[in-house]
Design a protein around this ligand. Structure first.
Ligand SMILES: Cc1ncc(COP(=O)(O)O)c(C=O)c1O
Length: 392
């Protein structure tokens, strides 16, 4: 019997599956596990969101259960377009330039599926959200890592890209606020990315899954589409998962260049049927309600970030102090050869789960990522355990 194909052979196992497996084994062995591995929010959505879904279920009872339109319901698409207008001052047409997604992860994979031919290169910042690496592998494309170095505040040096890579490149993917480093964008960087894309006829894929999770009022993320001319060659992905603690709902969207969005839709139309309509209506409610639903979440994550950053500083682990996201990116102690060795050691000895940096691609080695998905008391407990473990 055939075992998979060249595509599955190209795909490495999803790194977080291994993190979860190690966590579950530690739990099974009776350990009190403090899980700060995968970015899976422990908070629950605002009560008004679940209430809205319940009423949406009743209201359009018969209609709800039918297949939704392939390109999403207009009420949701209009709410997305209104959000872009109000939040970023960006105009997108809720018809062809907006597409609801079953979480942004599926849209990202379908972007690469619909835009990469054999030999095409996708330039992706590294370290990165691991699904990008898998998504390029699922497509016919080839990945080129754009290194994000700490000394460059985890922003890529576009001048260092070799010309033969640029010749073959079809797309450049950027993600700010950044998973896993917590770094944020600058307008200058975005401008440089756009100019590079214009010179080399590239598509720009911007992923702003954490745009609303600024942990300081002094910083507000921008949209790549704010740059004049960006929409001619760019799309932007968005997610409800972290902002509204709705990861399991699978709700996201993509906006931007019509041709690119419509090619993603072409793949989707042949592979899925979109999102349950009552959930799309709830999505529209959430976007309209906006900031009041997010502010308490920001405050919780900011306190957790402070607990990790202060705790790590005290025990001598060098870490970022992110302005946004739900992650702290920290250097492993020098005596460890790899992030896997350190993360495994910490888990076995203390029951604390961190995600090893190597899981985020080539340039993630040497670091661990801490997800802020435990409350402040548990974070303090985790740091105390590591301090007393003799591992440092
Ligand atoms: C940068 C980034 N983009 C996209 C996603 C996927 O989000 P969704 O749940 O909408 O598929 C994640 C999830 O961790 C992420 O970190």
């Amino acid at each position: 019997m055939r075992n998979g194909n060249q595509r599955t052979a190209r795909l490495a196992p999803y790194p977080f599956a291994a993190v979860n497996k190690a966590r579950d084994e530690a739990k099974k062995a009776g350990m009190d596990v403090i899980d700060m591995g995968v970015g899976n929010p422990d908070l629950r959505p605002d009560q008004s969101i679940t209430d809205f879904l319940k009423s949406a279920l009743d209201e359009a009872e018969r209609q709800n259960h039918r297949y939704p339109p392939y390109d999403g319901i207009m009420e949701f698409r209009e709410a997305i377009a209104d959000y872009y207008k109000t939040r970023f001052g960006v105009t997108v047409d809720p018809g062809p330039e907006v597409l609801p997604l079953i979480g942004s992860k599926e849209g990202i994979a379908k972007f690469f599926l619909s835009h990469m031919d054999p030999g095409d290169v996708a330039m992706v910042t590294s370290p990165c959200y691991p699904a990008y690496i898998g998504a390029v592998a699922i497509s016919d494309g080839t990945l080129y890592d754009l290194p994000l170095y700490e000394q460059n505040e985890f922003r890529p040096d576009l001048k260092s890209i070799p010309s033969d890579v640029l010749d073959k490149a079809t797309a450049i993917l950027i993600n700010y606020p950044n998973n896993p480093t917590g770094a944020v964008e600058t307008r200058e960087l975005y401008q440089e990315v756009l100019e590079l894309a214009q010179r080399h006829d590239l598509i720009v894929v911007s992923d702003i899954a954490y745009a609303e999770l600024n942990l300081e009022p002094s910083y507000r993320a921008m949209s790549f589409l704010e740059l004049p001319g960006a929409k001619e060659r760019s799309i932007e992905f968005h997610s409800f998962s972290k902002t509204y603690s709705m990861a399991g709902w699978r709700l996201g969207f993509v906006v931007g260049n019509e041709a690119i969005v419509q090619n993603i839709l072409k793949i989707k139309t042949n592979m899925d049927f979109g999102i349950f309509m009552a959930m799309q209506r709830t999505g529209a409610y959430v976007l309209k309600a906006g900031d009041s639903l997010i502010q308490p979440t920001r405050e919780i994550y900011a306190k957790r970030r402070d607990a990790v950053v202060e705790g790590f500083e005290r025990i001598g682990i060098r870490a970022t102090n992110p302005l946004a996201t739900i992650y702290v990116w920290a250097a492993i102690p020098e005596k460890y050869k790899s992030s896997m060795e350190f993360a495994t050691g910490v888990l076995k000895k203390t029951g604390v789960v961190f995600a090893p940096g190597a899981g985020f691609g080539t340039y993630g080695e040497g670091y661990i990522r801490v997800s802020l998905i435990e409350d402040v008391e548990r974070i303090k407990e985790a740091i105390a355990r590591i301090e007393q473990s003799g591992l440092l």
